[in-house]
Design a protein around this ligand. Structure first.
Ligand code: KG4
Ligand code: ZN
Length: 429
C-alpha cells in the first residue's frame, strides 16, 4: 500500500510518501509490517514568523495554502511517483491501485466539476490552495497512491484546515480514502522509524519494549504519555493504547524557550539560540548568580508549568538591563545556561516520576525541543539509570514531518469520509 502523508498543523508544510507491506515469508504467524520511504519533504516557515516572535496563524495558513501543491509536485518528481508501475496487488492489502480503473487520466469535465464543488464548499476559504490546484496539471494523472493520511489535530486550526482541504480535493480527484491522524500519535510512532532517509529500502519498525513512556516536548505541547499493548513488529497485533499522565498547565516547553529568547532579544524560534548561548556559557565555565525556579518539581504529580519560569526570566532581565534596555552577552550566556538547566531538571524529575509510576521499559522523546543537546544528555542519563531503552529520534523525525503522519495513517486504518473531516485544534490522544 502506498500512503501520502500531509502535515500542516503548525509552521511546517510537510509531505511524505511511504510504501508498506506485510512480509508473509518472514513469519508463520501473520507477517511483519515493513515500510520504505519513497519521499519526504519539509518546508519550514520559521523565518517568516520570526518578526512576530511566534507562529502567526493566518500567515501560517496562507503559506501552507500557497506552497502545498508545488511541494507535492516536487515530492512526486523526487519519488518518481508517476513513473511507478502498478505492481502486485498483494502488497496493497487488497486495495486496488486504480479504483476507478480504466484510464489513469482525469477528464477536463471531471476536473472542472471538482474545482467547482470545492469552490462552493470552501466558501472563500483557502483561495490560494484552489488557485494552485487549478494550475497543477500533474494532478490530473492518477498516481499509484492508495490512501491519504492527514493531520486533523491538535494544532492551529486555520493551518490544519489547509492540509485537510488538500486531502479532500486529492481524495475526490483520485478516488482514494483519507485516514485522519492525531499529530501526537504521529510523534510517538515516528520515533519507531529506523531512519528518515528516502532511500526506498525496506525496513521494519523498531520494537518498542512495553509499557513505554513518551515525553513530547514541542512549541505547542508538553505531555507525558503512557503507552501500552503494542507490538511494533507485528501489524495484526498492533494496538497502541495511550494515557496522558502529565501535561503542562500553561506554556509548552518550546514556547518557554521561544519567549525567553524574545526577552533576550534573540530571533524566533528561540530554542536553538538559547541552546547555543548555554553551550558557550558551559565552555567558558560561566554560572548565573540568579537561580531560576524548577517549577512544580515537588508537586507530587506529573504536570508541568513553565509560565512562572518565563516570568522569573523577565524580572531577571529587567533587573539587569542597562539604560538602553539591553543586557550584555555574558548575561545572556549565563541566563541561557541557567534556564536550560532549570528546564532539564524539571523534565528529568517528571520523567523519573513517570518511569516509576508506570514501570516503563522504554522512553520515547518527541517534538522539536528534543534537538536540545543538554536535554538529550539528561534523557540518556535517565535511560541508563533505569536500564530502559531510549528512543531519541533524529532532528528531522523529532520535529514536525509528514513521515510520521504517513506511518501513523498506515498503522491505524480508520478511514473517514472526506466530508466528515474536521480540524480539531485541541484533539486529544
Ligand atoms: O515540534 P516542533 O518543530 O514544532 C511544534 O512546535 O510543533 O518544535 C518547535 C519548538 C520551538 O519552540 C523551538 O524553539 C524548539 O522546538 N527547539 C528547541 C531547539 N530546537 C528547536 N528548543 C530547545 N533547544 C533546541 N535546540
Ligand atoms: Zn509536533
Amino acid at each position: 500500500m502506498i500512503i501520502l502523508g500531509i502535515e500542516t498543523s503548525c509552521d511546517e508544510t510537510a509531505l511524505a510518501i511511504i510504501e508498506t507491506r506485510l512480509d508473509h515469508e518472514a513469519s508463520a504467524n501473520g507477517g511483519y509490517f515493513e515500510y520504505r520511504i519513497l519521499g519526504s519533504l519539509i518546508l519550514s516557515q520559521a523565518e517568516l514568523h520570526s518578526p512576530y516572535g511566534g507562529v502567526f496563524p493566518t500567515l501560517a495558513k496562507r503559506e501552507h495554502a500557497k506552497n502545498i501543491i508545488p511541494l507535492l509536485k516536487d515530492l512526486f518528481d523526487k519519488a518518481e511517483i508517476h513513473s511507478r508501475q502498478n505492481t502486485s496487488s498483494k502488497d496493497n492489502h487488497g486495495i486496488p491501485s486504480f479504483p476507478n480503473s480504466g484510464s489513469n487520466q482525469i477528464s477536463e469535465t471531471e476536473f472542472n466539476g471538482i474545482v467547482e464543488k470545492f469552490k462552493k464548499e470552501f466558501n472563500g476559504q483557502n483561495p490560494e490552495l484552489l488557485e494552485a490546484f487549478v494550475r497543477a496539471d500533474f494532478l490530473r494523472t492518477i498516481p499509484l497512491i492508495d490512501r491519504i493520511a492527514v493531520t486533523e489535530g491538535p494544532g492551529l486550526e486555520p493551518a490544519l484546515w489547509v492540509g485537510i482541504n488538500c486531502a479532500q480535493i486529492l481524495s475526490e480527484l483520485w478516488h482514494i480514502p483519507i485516514v485522519p491522524v492525531n499529530h501526537m500519535e504521529g510523534h510517538i510512532v515516528g520515533s519507531l522509524l529506523e531512519s528518515d532517509k528516502a532511500d526506498g529500502v525496506w525496513q521494519r519498525l523498531k520494537t518498542l519494549p512495553l509499557p513505554s513512556v513518551a515525553l513530547l516536548i514541542s512549541g505547542g505541547h508538553t505531555e507525558l504519555i503512557k503507552i501500552d499493548n503494542h507490538n511494533a513488529t507485528h501489524q495484526k497485533a498492533l494496538s497502541l493504547k495511550y494515557d496522558i499522565i502529565g501535561q503542562t498547565r500553561d506554556d509548552a516547553v518550546g514556547e518557554a524557550f521561544d519567549k525567553v529568547a524574545r526577552l533576550l532579544n534573540l530571533p524566533y524560534p528561540g530554542g536553538p539560540h538559547i541552546s547555543k548561548l548555554a553551550q558557550e556559557a558551559a565552555e567558558l565555565d560561566l554560572h548565573s548568580s540568579i537561580k531560576l525556579p524548577r517549577p512544580m518539581i515537588n508537586s507530587g504529580d506529573l504536570d508541568f508549568s513553565f509560565s512562572g519560569l518565563k516570568t522569573a526570566v523577565l524580572y531577571a532581565v529587567r533587573f539587569a538591563s542597562e539604560a538602553d534596555g539591553q543586557v550584555n552577552l555574558q548575561f545572556k550566556q549565563e541566563l541561557s545556561r541557567e534556564f536550560e538547566q532549570a528546564v532539564a531538571e524539571t523534565l528529568e524529575t517528571k520523567l523519573r516520576g513517570a518511569i516509576e509510576q508506570t514501570g516503563a521499559q522504554s522512553i520515547i522523546i518527541g517534538g522539536g525541543v528534543a534537538a536540545n543537546k543538554t536535554l538529550r544528555t539528561s534523557f540518556q542519563k535517565i535511560a541508563e539509570e533505569y536500564g530502559v531503552t531510549l528512543f531519541l529520534p533524529s532532528q528531522i523525525i523529532s520535529g514536525d514531518n509528514a513521515l510520521m503522519i504517513a506511518l501513523a495513517g498506515s498503522i491505524n486504518d480508520k478511514t473517514k469520509v472526506s466530508a466528515d473531516l474536521k480540524a480539531n485544534g485541541t484533539k486529544r490522544l
